[in-house]
Design a protein around this ligand. Structure first.
Ligand code: ADP
Ligand code: ASP
Ligand code: MG
Length: 436
């Protein structure tokens, strides 16, 4: 069984949806994971925000506009009266459901129900379209098997135990369709895997049923060696290891959801990043293998806050770092980068919900300095012991940019640097020119 995930742009218009059959071979066993039609989740977020602000009039206008877009969409997608009627009944149902929240107390539970409507719409529309043209497919409700636990961690075994019987029930079918992104939480409520989460769904399903391969079909020909939205002349990377891909995804390469590599890595399932607009292009293959002796790619993650704790008590003391880390643990705030000297430690976080509490507690140790609007620049490549010259090339490329932190040696495949967000574009371009 292969898992094929198509992102928002790949299902972004009726024409694109129809072209999926250039890639999907209905007679081969596969689970097709679809995102919402491009732009839909953003619109649903806006609608939820309007409800949240008790602006019912705005919510109504936004719903009307999105509904109208879907009306145009189904008219182009279906060619028969029955097909169109099935599409219209479906969209009317979903938009009525979204409109009904005007009369209810609006909490995060209602918000997540609204956010789930995009994937429910795209998958059912595609299933109806296949039916209209005589291609058999089975629609698998992700809400019946995708689950996260009380720490929002996906439950891979649960997913397998609940998905496999659905596949077995339709053993004579080959083409299965399901929703990316959406899931149920430990209370059984509708929830999601965070923005961009359809990639994660594909990898989780792949891991849960030990698929042969996971294919992420998107609007670019694989992982590029720098952010194509910022730097001109980037090129695709043919091969990456799971660790390298995870690092790039976590540090800002938007092509992959930050956590999506881990389930596939755990079960050694190859992941391919492929371009819907150019299906013959090789894309990027992600496996356990790592190509040695190369710098491969650069990514950047914004919205970082740096914290420096300076304390003479750290001098020759043991247990100091543990006490610092415990504070972050208590406030469930992950740390990304750390650098230390004998009397100070600097670290970065991207979750600032408990920043004030954290700072208050850190002040017990000494002086605390905080800088926001920082960006982590992550260079991925072969930085193993014995390889020399790469780190100096990285630093040389950034010699005209103030560096707040440099983290090297934490792993064999990465060097991370902290710069002001204002310096990000120049840092990415200069690294690109110097390294590739
Ligand atoms: P989808 O809707 O298919 O999930 P995304 O928009 O989430 O697609 O991801 C694809 C986009 O990721 C590309 O269009 C590209 O602009 C962006 N991107 C950012 N960094 C990279 C990178 N290093 N390599 C390739 N694409 C990248
Ligand atoms: N539709 C969701 C989003 O826009 C999930 C995804 O596309 O992966 O974030
Ligand atoms: Mg995406």
């Amino acid at each position: 069984m292969k898992i094929l995930k198509f992102g928002g742009t790949s299902v972004g218009s009726p024409e694109r949806m129809k072209r999926l059959l250039d890639i999907i071979r209905p007679q081969e066993k596969q689970i097709v994971v679809l995102s919402a039609v491009a732009g839909t989740t953003n619109s649903l977020v806006e609608i939820a925000n309007a409800y949240q602000n008790s602006d019912k009039q705005k919510a109504k206008e936004l719903i009307k506009a999105l509904h109208a877009k879907y009306e145009v969409f189904i008219k182009e997608l279906f060619s028969s009266d029955e097909g169109l009627a099935s599409g219209r009944e479906l969209i009317d149902y979903h938009f009525a459901l979204i409109s009904d929240f005007a009369n209810e107390l609006f909490t995060p539970i209602e918000e997540k129900i609204i956010l789930a409507q995009g994937e429910l719409l795209s998958t059912t529309l595609y299933h109806f379209y296949l039916k209209e043209i005589g291609v058999k497919s089975v629609l698998l409700p992700a809400l019946d098997f995708m689950k996260i636990d009380e720490d929002n961690e996906p439950m891979v075994e649960y997913i397998g135990e609940h998905l496999q019987p659905l596949l077995d029930k339709h053993a004579d079918n080959t083409l299965f369709i399901t929703q990316g992104y959406i899931c149920r939480n430990s209370f059984g409520e509708i929830d999601n895997l965070r923005r961009g989460g359809s990639d994660y769904t594909a990898s989780l399903i792949g891991a849960a049923i030990k698929a042969e391969e996971v294919q992420i079909w998107t609007d670019i020909d694989g992982m590029h060696n720098n952010d194509p939205r910022i730097v001109k002349g980037t090129t695709p990377i043919a091969q990456l290891s799971f660790d390298e891909a995870a690092e790039l995804a976590y540090f800002g390469a938007k092509i992959l959801h930050p956590q999506s590599v881990f389930p596939a890595q755990k079960y050694k399932i190859p992941v391919r990043l492929l371009n819907t607009m150019e299906p013959a292009a090789a894309g990027t293959l992600i496996t356990n293998e790592s190509e040695k002796g190369k710098i491969k790619s650069i990514a950047a993650k914004d919205g970082i806050t740096a914290i420096k704790i300076q304390s003479s008590r750290m001098l020759l003391a043991y247990g100091f770092l543990r006490r610092v880390f415990e504070i972050f643990e208590r406030y469930k705030t992950p740390i990304d980068l750390i650098t230390t000297s004998e009397v100070a430690v600097s670290l970065t976080i991207d979750e600032t919900r408990y920043l004030d509490d954290i700072i208050r507690e850190l002040k017990d140790f000494g002086t605390v300095e905080v800088d926001d609007n920082q960006t982590i620049i992550c260079v991925v490549g072969d930085f193993s012991v014995g390889v020399h010259g790469f780190a100096s090339r990285v630093l040389d490329a950034l010699k005209h940019i103030p560096l707040r932190m440099v983290s090297y040696g934490g792993s064999n495949h990465n060097i991370s640097l902290l710069v002001k967000t204002d310096d990000k574009t120049e840092a990415l371009r200069s690294l690109h020119n110097r390294l590739f």
